[in-house]
Design a protein around this ligand. Sequence first.
Ligand SMILES: *Cc1c(COP(=O)(O)O)cnc(C)c1O
Length: 345
Amino acid sequence: MKTLEQLLRPSILKLTPYSSARNEFTGEASVFLDANENPYNAPYNRYPDPYQNELKVQVAQLKGVNTNQIFFGNGSDEPIDLLFRAFCEPQIDNAILIDPTYGMYQVAADINNVLVKKVALTQTFSLNTKDLLAAADENSKLLFLCSPNNPTGNCFNSDDLEHLIRNFNGIVVLDEAYIDFAPERSFLSRLNEFTNLVILQTFSKAWGMAGIRLGMAFASEAIIRVLNKIKYPYNINNLTQQKAIELLKNSEQKDKWVALLLSERTKLENILSHFPWVKKVFPSDSNFLLIKVDDAKAVYLSLVAQKIIVRDRSSVSLCSGCLRITIGTPEENQQLINALNNYSL
Ligand SMILES: *Cc1c(COP(=O)(O)O)cnc(C)c1O
């Protein structure tokens, strides 16, 4: 196994990060004349905590990890981008992606001018572990796995995931954005077993906070230190930190939402499968359903005309004829069913 030092871009390894005013001072003080802030307009006048310590204490407790194993980003997009910037030398290094998967990995690779190797899932949407490992070469630095996967909705076999983490000679990024909806356990409880694992989670889905933009990355202290070194100094604003601290106190609410959405998913799964033009409702471990229909475009356009928007995934590999439908409130799901009944006429 390569060491972190061997995997990092040399320029990042030797980087001296920007040191902000709030970085350099730790301790108690009441008069802050160090950051050229306006003394008026509290509380908005102050720069936010660059390392989000209060929020990290709460999340550490909730997730059973140490605060130094947590990185917060402006959505999951930020750690995805930072991982490319930390590990992949443009035009030289590469990342391995499963296909199909979340589109943001490819976009982040493209923005960073990093080559991507795609390895198809099997017809049943499971991991092709042999092909994934065979695709890796000396310059493969990142392997992105998403479980439950978007847009296929399924969790991958945890032995397959473990096999890849143990045998990929680089950093494995395991995106668990939908893990709260899955019967499978998060790899977070096993984080300490793997030095090359980065787990992504988010407040955007089960927690209902997509609007405040807060993503989480969990990894070894050494990897978190690298992400901290290259992030924007004040990447998580005060309003987001405070709102998250407030909403995190209410994790029973999140659990109730998840339970409701899961029961709605089961209901919708059942109803959808009875439409004659629905060829398949794929099993889901997430808060959406992927369905294969006779004519994806026609169903999509009919729904749009009835003011309901779903995601047309029919151009995605292994997903021809497929729509991705997010589970809504019971009322929204009923409206969807009514609209699909109209389509059936
Ligand atoms: C929705 C989603 C996310 C969340 O992204 P944020 O930037 O945190 O809102 C991450 N990964 C996958 C696979 C997703 O579908």
